[in-house]
Design a protein around this ligand. Structure first.
Ligand code: GLC
Length: 570
């Protein structure tokens, strides 16, 4: 780390998923006007940056991650003028605004794609991945897809365009065709659009699945099949598109073309499924000028088997081994981003904590303490700061997400028991993260005066921001203290990291050290009580800097879901 470390080492980012944050016009869908109304909530919490999930014009096949115009705001969410107002309102409160940028793919309604598909002679024909049917097969026949890849949203990654007689690639939904980054015109159009947003005053980008933009394509234009996936008529194509051969070249080019001249005040974070520590070191090494940090997925992949729809319990030692490796791997070069929750993950308190009435508050604050005391930039996802939990979805009709709905249809068509599929959806569906933010105890939780696009979690009567803002013992108040600690204590921002007790099944403990100062963090991720005298004698005598339980308790005993940040005494 340089002598004057970047501002984002001390920063905390808050993610707003606009659809579910706050509705201001009564249509049941959150919007920019709503975010403006709630700007003080963000300032009170004390976060430094807002990451705004997509608000661009979009047919909303994937809630805005299918963009049909990169340069405007969807009327569903408001207008460019309101976005300007939001930027000003946030800047006035000392907050930055980072835009979500989805450039691995566009919507199939983007004019680029419409032009590309119009004819084989179109000047934009190569802006997307068009391929003929597999040799020896007729277009439309099962198995005629150019490769056997399985889409992230079920089914094949190829869709036939009848008129052209060719297939186009879509790693996600069929409404999300992949852009062809091999074509320099595509790259330069994207860079120009990004410069436009910076000129408008935004402070950086969260780059959606950015490690998928380089595909491993042979000189003759062909793409390879992947290894077969158990139980499915598809293969795993990730070897051909995760961190592909030109990924570093593309990101360095983007950096030169877009960020050169002002990287110091921006934040660039790349979402990178499947990224390894070794690759992340390259992506985040400041000397290489690619991105500031990446979202890695290892720790959110430890509680299921071959797919997220096959959940199994998390083993604590796996979590420690994973986080420990990332902390060590990015210690001397690069930087971590830290998260439990986002709009794609079920709620952490239900998934890694204990959302029963007895332990919901304590486990939510324990998980937050653990995360925020790591080295890296913490991300808080809307509602996480008030301990929002998974939703009690009744039937498939309660789900909205394209990933969940497609999976249900595919799994049931393949003969799986619908009840078992539903059980997995209840645990892992992204819709768990997308129920409206619970602002108060009124019928729609203060989210809307209309009918919410997805039902409000009925626990909003008890779990809401209004109740918590006034309560010094709340999950919200605890988040505020954690954020203040990062702002004020350089050990939290910059100290090195050493994992303790790597084999223990419930205790998660580590030290942070900087220039002779130290913090010891001890978290009990379970409902048993643990005497500390033998395990961590240094914790018993240490001074309490911040704890998550409301009374101090016995320093020699860690209670269920207790977390303590301690300053060791010599
Ligand atoms: C990212 C987004 C997710 C979206 C997908 C396709 O993973 O976070 O919400 O569905 O990319 O854009």
């Amino acid at each position: 780390m340089p002598a004057d470390p970047p501002w984002w080492t001390r920063a905390v980012v808050y993610q707003v998923y606009p659809r579910s944050f706050q509705d201001s016009d009564g249509d049941g869908i959150g919007d920019l006007g709503g975010i403006l109304q709630r700007a003080d909530h963000l300032a009170d919490l004390g976060v430094d940056v807002v990451w705004l999930s997509p608000i661009y014009p979009s047919p909303q096949a994937d809630n805005g991650y299918d963009i049909s115009d990169y340069t405007d705001v969807d009327p569903l969410f408001g207008s460019l003028a309101q976005l300007d107002e939001l930027i000003t309102a946030l800047h006035a409160r000392g907050l930055k605004l980072v835009m979500d940028l989805v450039v691995n793919h566009t919507s199939d309604r983007h004019p680029w794609f419409e032009e590309s598909r119009a004819s084989r002679a179109s000047p934009k024909r190569d802006w997307y991945w068009w391929r003929p049917p597999r040799e020896g097969r007729a277009a439309g026949q099962p198995g005629a897809e150019p490769t056997n890849w399985h889409s992230y949203f079920s089914g094949p990654t190829w869709e036939l365009d009848e008129a052209r007689g060719e297939y186009y690639l879509h790693l996600f939904a069929r409404e999300q065709p992949d852009l062809n980054w091999e074509n320099p015109e595509v790259r330069h159009a994207v860079y120009a659009m990004m410069r436009g947003w910076l000129d408008r005053g935004v402070d950086g980008f969260r780059m959606d699945v950015i490690n998928m933009i380089s595909k491993d394509v042979a000189p003759d234009g062909s793409l390879r099949d992947g290894p077969p996936l158990p139980g499915l008529p598809y293969g795993d194509g990730t070897g051909s598109f995760l961190c592909g051969p030109r990924i570093h070249e593309f990101l360095q080019e983007m950096h030169r073309e877009v960020f050169a001249g002002h990287p110091e005040q921006l934040l660039l974070v790349g979402e990178m499924p499947g990224v390894t520590v070794e690759q992340a070191r390259l992506f985040t090494d400041p000397a290489r000028a690619e991105v500031d940090m990446v979202f890695q997925f290892e720790h959110v992949g430890l509680d299921f088997d071959e797919s997220k729809w096959r959940p199994r319990p998390l083993r604590m030692r796996d979590l420690k081994a994973s986080f420990g490796r990332w902390q060590a791997g990015l210690a001397d070069v690069g930087w971590n981003s830290l998260y439990w929750d986002n709009h794609d993950q079920p709620r952490a308190v239900s998934r890694f904590g204990d959302d029963s009435p007895r332990y919901r508050r304590d486990s939510a604050t324990c998980l937050a303490t653990l995360l925020h005391l790591h080295r890296g930039t913490p991300y808080v996802y809307q509602g996480e700061e008030i301990g929002m939990a998974n939703a009690p979805f009744d039937s498939i009709d309660d789900f909205r997400d394209v990933e969940s709905l497609n999976h249900f249809a595919q799994a049931v068509a393949h003969g799986e028991d619908p009840e078992a599929v539903l059980a997995a959806l209840r645990r892992m569906s992204r819709d768990n993260a997308r129920t409206p933010v619970q602002w108060d105890g009124s019928p729609s939780a203060g989210f809307t005066t209309g009918t919410p696009w997805i039902p409000v979690n009925p626990d909003a009567t008890e779990w809401n921001a209004a109740a918590q803002r006034a309560d010094p013992a709340s999950v919200f108040a605890h988040h505020k203290r954690l954020i203040t600690l990062r702002h004020t204590d350089p050990v939290v921002a910059l100290g090195d990291f050493t994992m303790l007790l790597p084999e223990h099944d419930e205790l998660y403990a580590f030290t942070r050290r900087l220039d002779g100062a130290a913090l010891l963090v001890v978290c009990n991720l379970g409902a048993s009580t643990h005497p500390l005298g033998e395990l961590l004698p240094e914790a018993v005598a240490a001074e309490l800097v911040l704890g998550n339980l409301t009374d101090d308790g016995d320093p020699a005993v860690l209670r269920p879901w207790e977390a303590r940040v301690l300053r060791p005494v010599d």
